[in-house]
Structure formats: structure tokens, C-alpha cells
Ligand binder design. Structure first.
Ligand SMILES: [Zn+2]
Ligand SMILES: [Zn+2]
Length: 280
């Protein structure tokens, strides 16, 4: 889905000659998710065609097998990295055993972060107390492994900031992925040292509040992501998302900040490389 479009931005994959000259990172997706895992090779190939040069693939949903698969996929694909943890939806399953398993998995050199952890008080699939306990354990794990933390936050910005402050940010920092808060929440997270990552939500017509926040995050703290297979950007909204579509969110972010898509691709890729510790 990267052919000719009437877009005024140069679209990666459409034959633009700057393609190979700039990096582009999808800083958060789920290649091991049941909706993508059977088509991983094709999905990665389409991402490369669209100009994506690195992918950070998060396990974290369901059983530990998802994290294991995320690491296997990263191990066999150049430019694909893994993040392991327990999603806040599954926080009730964050046992001692699970933490030990995550610690073992994180020994792989392709594991570049811990998460996604966090608080989701919108869906509340695990009780708030379990989510908070799991979040604190992930802060400890990230700090002790010297890796950045990948955080999911939905309708719980203040609670999350309080826990981050109490737990202490890992030395390697962290990211609030798929940011859905307002400008004041963005400022609060920036103050704590987080990067802020924007997903396809940025392209939704009704997401003015999120675009407003995106305008004030310093460029050196911005990341861009798909969160595939979820949250496909316009014009694919409602369809299965995939890393190739990160170009759509990138285009909107670039426009909001008055940069070319190439310049924004480079800036967000360099930020991802700095956060996760890989070369871009
Ligand atoms: Zn998330
Ligand atoms: Zn995610």
C-alpha cells in the first residue's frame, strides 16, 4: 500500500530518490501478535519497500510465548528489535515467574527495551492495583537491566507520572507510546524525561487534542509508531495496521512541525536509535 498517492508529501515507496538516504523507524508495533505473526516476512518486506529501515516489535500481550516469538522474529531479521514485558491489560499475570522469564529473554542482544507496561484505566482489563504493581516491577526490571521502559497510558496520566516519580526513571529513560493525552500531560511526561511517541491516532479527524500536544513536544523527544496491528492511520482506519503505514503518521507529524517528511523521518529515527541503543 505504498504506491502513488495524491499526497503532497514525498511518499516512501513511490520511487522518490531520497528513500535510501534517510532512516525511518516504526518505534512500536506487535509483529508477534496473532493478526501479524503468520505474515511476518511479507509484513517486514512491505515495510522495507515503504522505506522503513528499523522496527521495534513489542511482545507483551498474552502468555510469555508472545514475548518469545517477538525475540525470535527480531533475532532472524536485520533491523528488527524486540521489547518484552507484560501489557497492562494482562497485569494480573505479572508473577515472579514471569519477571524471571522476561529477565532471561532480555539477555538477547536484540531486546532493546522493557514493556509495554503501564496503566490503562480506560479498558481496566486488569484491576488498577494489579496494573500499578506490574508497572512498578517493570520500572525495577528496566533499571536493573539498564534498558529503557516502554509505557502505555490511557486515562491515567497523573497516576502514571506519580509512579514514575516514585519508582525513579531508568537511567536509559523511556517512552510514552501511542500518546493519547493532552498538552499538559505531554509536558508532565517530558519533565520526567520521557520521549513521546505518536501513532495513527494523530491522523484521526477528531484527535485535535493529540495534535495540539504533538506541536509542543521538542523534536528531539518525538517518536513515531504504528502500534500495528492496531490503530491504522487514515486512510486505512479500521483495517489491520502494519509498519509500512508509519509513513502516514510521519506525514502528519511533519506537517504539524513544519518539517519535510524526510527531515522528520530522520529526526524520529535518530531519537529511536538514541533511546533504544541501536544504530540507524
Ligand atoms: Zn499500548
Ligand atoms: Zn502496543
Amino acid at each position: 500500500m505504498s504506491g502513488e498517492t495524491p499526497d503532497r508529501y514525498p511518499q516512501p515507496g513511490s520511487g522518490h530518490d531520497s528513500l535510501s538516504s534517510r532512516p525511518l523507524v516504526d518505534s512500536h508495533c506487535h509483529l508477534a501478535d496473532a493478526r501479524l505473526r503468520d505474515e511476518v516476512d511479507e509484513t517486514i518486506a512491505r515495510a522495507r519497500l515503504a522505506g522503513v529501515t528499523a522496527i521495534v516489535s513489542v511482545g507483551a500481550s498474552g502468555p510469555i510465548d508472545t514475548d518469545r516469538l517477538a525475540v525470535e522474529i527480531a533475532d532472524r531479521n536485520q533491523g528488527v528489535y524486540a521489547v518484552v514485558g507484560v501489557h497492562p491489560h494482562d497485569a494480573s499475570t505479572c508473577s515472579d515467574v514471569r519477571i524471571t522469564q522476561l529477565r532471561e529473554l532480555a539477555a538477547s542482544p536484540k531486546v532493546v527495551g522493557i514493556g509495554e507496561t503501564g496503566l490503562d484505566f480506560h479498558y481496566m482489563h486488569s484491576p488498577a492495583a494489579a496494573q500499578e504493581a506490574s508497572l512498578r516491577r517493570h520500572f525495577d526490571l528496566a533499571s536493573s537491566l539498564n534498558k529503557p521502559i516502554v509505557v502505555h497510558c490511557r486515562d491515567a496520566e497523573k497516576q502514571l507520572a506519580r509512579i514514575a516519580e516514585e519508582a525513579g526513571m531508568p537511567a536509559r529513560g523511556g517512552v510514552i507510546h501511542c500518546f493519547t493525552g493532552d498538552a499538559s500531560a505531554a509536558l508532565m511526561f517530558l519533565e520526567l524525561g520521557f520521549f513521546i511517541s505518536f501513532s495513527g491516532i494523530l491522523t484521526f479527524r477528531n484527535a485535535g487534542r493529540v495534535r495540539e500536544a504533538a506541536r509542543l513536544v521538542p523534536v528531539e523527544r518525538l517518536l513515531v509508531e504504528t502500534d500495528a496491528p492496531y490503530l491504522a492511520p487514515e486512510p486505512y482506519r479500521g483495517k489491520r495496521n502494519e509498519p509500512a503505514y508509519v509513513t502516514r503518521t510521519l506525514a502528519v507529524l511533519a506537517e504539524l512541525r513544519g518539517l519535510s517528511a524526510d527531515a522528520m523521518a530522520r529526526a524520529t529515527a535518530e531519537n529511536a536509535g538514541r533511546l533504544f541503543g541501536f544504530a540507524v
